[in-house]
Design a protein around this ligand. Structure first.
Ligand code: NAP
Length: 336
């Protein structure tokens, strides 16, 4: 009988790549989708006919329970979240209700309805905040610096409590994933904003330029506005990272795993590399704007994925320069 995987946040970047790899592995896949006025399916539009869609919301425990009752998953991947660290400052309550309490609803409903199911929780390197240890691993103390990361820490700690429950332990593994990007990344994230802007500039696109997170065209008067060019991140490629999520649920013991490349680059280096792909000098196009600098800074974030390599046999396959190229080429076609 085919294994059955249920994904919350299935229409997001990771949900869509995870769906593809699970369908290829022969799984039946179901997922929770928020109903919207236009019935848009985000990144899963191309394969929505191959999966079972349940309309619901992480803030509605009833919708989660009904989906589990009907689909009866053996694996649950909780990827749904209000996932913008910068955006979380303008909706602190929404962050804790969706990203924090919403995850607890998933754990609790899973325990009641499908107690044998293995659960994956999407934790994040943002929980390390401003770490005093570089690189970070599973033992690094958490020190979150934005409402998103605080909400993720709450979910992470509730997952560990459920796992360590002596009377009725629940299988919940947490992937502490460092930033991972792709052509499916939202335009409110810095990497995708850069590659979309490079494409609009190179293609001399003047109409229907995509909007940034404050509702302005990402390119105005030929310039791209960015925040802190010196912010350092450990950037990997999303399809590599969803494979690690699956591997975590194939283990006999639930645990935490850092998933990262182990290499860092600054936002400025990402922009330099992206403009280089189309033969342009980033310094001619990038300006800084304090709107895009978070009120409290995070980093430097650099992961040590040694445990994932040893236990899961996982390591990042796609190097930084290739990641940037993949994203720029995709956006050149998209914003032609
Ligand atoms: P994403 O593209 O932003 O996807 C988030 C998904 O969650 C979307 O499908 C979104 O649906 C859904 N969602 C938001 N609020 C919801 C709610 N109230 N009820 C149900 N669904 C809701 O994020 P991602 O990059 O795929 O990341 C997947 C997970 O990993 C997230 O939890 C993220 O925080 C975490 N993570 C990501 C990274 C990274 O670098 N990408 C790193 C570490 C951890 P809509 O389309 O309707 O908004």
């Amino acid at each position: 009988m085919a294994k059955r995987a249920f994904i919350t946040g299935i229409s997001g970047q990771d949900g869509s790549y995870l769906t593809e790899i699970l369908l290829n592995k022969g799984y039946e896949v179901g997922g929770l989708v928020r109903r919207n006025a236009t019935a848009e399916m985000g990144n899963i539009d191309d394969f929505k006919g191959e999966i079972k869609v349940y309309y619901g919301d992480l803030q509605s425990p009833e919708s989660i329970a009904l989906a589990f009752l009907d689909f009866k998953p053996s694996e649950i991947y909780n990827l749904a979240s209000f996932s913008s660290p910068l955006g979380s400052f303008s909706d602190k309550l929404g962050s804790i209700m969706i990203t924090g309490v919403g995850a607890l609803h998933v754990f609790e409903r899973a325990k009641e309805v499908v107690p044998e199911a293995k659960v994956y929780q999407a934790s994040t390197s943002e929980m390390f905040g401003a770490p005093n240890q570089v690189p970070q691993d599973e033992t690094t103390p958490l020190n979150p610096k934005n409402p998103y990361a605080v909400a993720k820490e709450y979910a992470h700690r509730m997952a560990i409590i459920a796992r360590e429950d002596k009377k009725n332990p629940q299988f919940i593994s947490c992937g502490i994933l460092f930033n991972h990007e792709s052509p499916r990344r939202g335009l409110n994230f810095v990497t995708r904003k850069i590659t979309a802007a490079v494409a609009c500039i190179k293609n001399n696109r003047k109409d229907n330029v995509p909007l940034n997170e404050i509702g302005e065209p990402i390119v105005q008067n030929g310039k791209l506005k960015l925040g802190d060019l010196g912010a350092k991140r450990d950037w990997g490629y999303a399809p590599d990272y969803v494979e690690a999520m699956w591997l975590m649920l194939q283990q006999d013991i639930a645990d935490d795993f850092v998933i990262a490349t182990g290499e860092t680059h600054t936002v400025g280096e990402f922009a330099e590399e992206a403009f280089k792909v189309v033969g342009l000098n980033w310094k001619d196009f990038v300006v800084t704007d304090s709107h895009f600098v978070p009120p409290v800074q995070t980093g430097p974030l650099q992961g040590n994925p040694a445990k994932a390599k040893k236990v899961l046999g996982w390591e990042a396959k796609t190097i930084f320069k290739d990641l940037v190229k993949i994203m720029v080429h995709s956006d050149l076609a998209k914003f032609s």
